[in-house]
Structures are given as C-alpha cells and as structure tokens.
Design a protein around this ligand. Structure first.
Ligand code: MN
Length: 289
C-alpha cells in the first residue's frame, strides 16, 4: 500500500443558483479547469439548505445535454426528473440518478411535488462524468439507483461503511454501469471510526465532506462542505472520523482526450460543438413539454 496524499483542500466557493431550485457551490471545474479531475468535468454541491414551502416546484426547466453523463445524488430532500426519451423518476435520500446524455437528450430537474409543498432541508450533488470519444454519441440512457440497491462495504471496526455507487472496493462491485473506470462511494462514518479507500495510481481522486469532519491519512483535517483534491501518485487514503460524517469519494481513470465544452454540450472538437448546437436547434434532441 502506498499513501495518496491531499494536494489541496478547497473551501466552499460562493453559492449560485442553477434555475431556482439548486443552490450550489461549484467545485469542479472551479478554478482548476476541466482537465484536473478528468473524467469528472463538473461538480455542483448544494450544501444543506432549507427551502421554504412552495406551491410551485423549484428547479431547472427543459434544457439539452450531449457528450457526457449527469450523476445526481440526493442526501436530503427529493428531486424529480423527466427526459425526452420518456424516462422519469424521483430520487430521495441516498438514491442516485445516473443519466447518460450521450448523443443528446432534453430534460428538466426540479423539486418533487410533496417536498416543494412541505419545504425542508435540501442537500445534493450533481457530477458530470465525461464520456470517452467513442461513446459520446451513444444512445441516451437512464439508471435509477435506489439506496437499498447500492452494495455496502463495512469497515473492520464496524464504525464506517461505503455504499458502492460505481466501480469496486475490494471484491464488492458497484450498482452503476459506466463507460470508463469510475469509482463513486458514499461513505458514512461514526465518530471514531476508520476506513481505507483505494484506487489505482494516476486516477483523478477527490473527497467531498457533506457533514462532520475527518482526518485524512492521519495528517490533514477535512471539514464540512470542503473538497479535497488528491495527488495522482499513491493508491490508499485512510480516513478517521472526528464526528459522525458523510463523505463522497470520487476517483476515475483519466480519459486524456481533448475537452471542448460549450454550456450543456461537452465534446472533443469545436466542429462537434457546432453540430450539437445545429442538431439541438433543428429538434434532433427530441421533444419535452
Ligand atoms: Mn441537466
């Protein structure tokens, strides 16, 4: 085992709203650009925030995507989704929505109806996972992953566990199908618990602390709402919880392909971006009310 050290800890950037339903800190690309965490090209984090009761469902209206996958993980509150392929669903605490935009999709994302009416604490993460060039035009797809269907690995001390959303930890394989090697773990720890996560060298690796705080590699403390970016060298990261904590671990094999991003389209060339815009304008992304 070789330790993978933290290269930087990022404080939560000032919030902005995505539509009127997602009050987020943007950690990726943030100030580091889209290449640093390749294949993770975007990460918005809605830290715990109380939304007042509303008759109207807050959110983001119909918009397109092409060339990557959107992964939404709910921690508090409920998110509803509809897309142009006819898929729809609601995710609640611990559930994950893994949407492959691929060749093109229209969707809308908003607070679930009952949650909107009642109001309440809302906390979630949206990641954009880039698609390898050969899969950018794969047909759109949708994986609804319920919390109860996510395999769990328990620590030796029994005081920590990881829900394996994608990839694997030891012999345990994750729930999601991915197009490139990606590890995505939801880690829950009791105060005093320890846990070790491992990924191959070279992988882009990060750790978001959603609540509590942990000491990483017996060295640095990671506080609530902070994001640690790790070195590309080393494999293993040891966590010791100094409070009951919830963390999201992400690690992925870099695609090392050109990234050309234009709003909701992420492709490899400017020509492909022009095609995406033309296809979207001519209605080739389908239809959604
Ligand atoms: Mn979207």
């Amino acid at each position: 085992m070789k330790v993978r050290n933290i290269s930087s800890v990022i404080s939560p950037p000032p919030v902005h709203f995505v539509g009127d339903g997602f009050r987020v800190h943007n950690f990726i690309p943030g100030n580091m650009g889209m290449e640093r965490m390749d294949p993770f090209i975007m990460m918005d984090y809605n830290s715990k925030f109380y939304f007042t009761p509303s008759e109207r469902q807050r959110g983001v209206d119909v918009h397109p995507h092409r060339g990557f996958e959107t992964v939404t993980i709910a921690y508090k509150g409920k998110v509803a989704h509809h897309d142009s392929t006819g898929n729809s669903g609601v995710i609640g605490e611990g559930d994950v929505q893994w949407m492959t935009a691929g060749s093109g999709i229209l969707h809308k994302e908003y607070h679930e109806e009952e949650f909107s009416k009642r109001g309440g604490d809302f906390q979630m993460v949206q990641l954009w996972v880039n698609l390898p060039a050969e899969y950018k035009m794969t047909p759109p797809a949708y994986q609804a992953i319920k919390n109860k269907d996510i395999p769990v690995v328990v620590s030796e001390d029994g005081k920590a566990e990881a829900g394996i959303i994608a990839g694997h930890l030891g012999e345990t394989k994750g729930a999601a199908k991915t197009f490139s090697p990606v590890q995505l773990f939801n880690i829950r720890m009791q105060e005093g618990g320890t846990f070790t996560v491992s990924s191959p060298e070279d992988y882009s690796t990060g750790l978001l602390c959603l609540s509590g705080n942990v000491v990483v590699n017996d060295d640095k403390t990671l506080n609530e709402n902070h994001f640690a970016v790790f070195a590309k060298t080393g494999t293993d990261i040891t966590l010791r919880a100094t409070a009951d904590s919830v963390l999201l671990y992400l690690s992925g094999q870099p695609l090392r392909e050109p990234i050309v991003a234009h709003g909701p389209f992420v492709m490899n060339t400017h020509q492909q971006i022009s095609e995406a815009i033309a296809d979207y304008r001519s209605g080739r992304f389908g239809h959604l009310e």
